[in-house]
Design a protein around this ligand. Structure first.
Ligand code: ZN
Length: 116
């Protein structure tokens, strides 16, 4: 596994995550279709928030199971606790340093059908 350094745009929120990234995901649920972020997934236990706890805001909707975090200052979605993958966190692939986001194959997750 490789360890990636992650940050929001204004660098208030800093985190690191260890995972094997071979693929990025896009989701068509009502929130993700608006965000448009490419995501990668990792075990919650392989993720550490390094800074910016007080700068994180959290959004929930529908079943209020998933928790979508974003920076209060720059508004960038950083990561989310998933509903459909227990124990997993989703990460904004664009927040991860040294990741060739645009070079990754992209798979579509049909979150709209899952009623996330
Ligand atoms: Zn920020």
């Amino acid at each position: 596994m490789k360890t990636y350094q992650g940050s929001c745009h204004c660098q208030s929120v800093l985190f690191e995550v260890s995972c094997e990234i071979n693929m990025a995901y896009r989701c068509d649920c009502s929130l993700c279709i608006r965000k448009g972020a490419l995501m990668v997934y990792a075990q919650e236990t392989d993720y550490t928030l390094l800074a910016g706890q007080q700068n994180l805001s959290m959004y929930q909707f529908n079943t209020h199971t998933a928790a979508h975090y974003f920076c209060k200052t720059c508004g960038v979605y950083t990561f989310h606790k998933t509903r459909t993958k227990p124990g997993m966190f989703g990460f904004n692939a664009g927040c991860l340093a040294e990741l060739d986001v645009m070079g990754l194959p992209v798979e579509i997750i049909h979150g709209a059908e899952l009623k996330i």
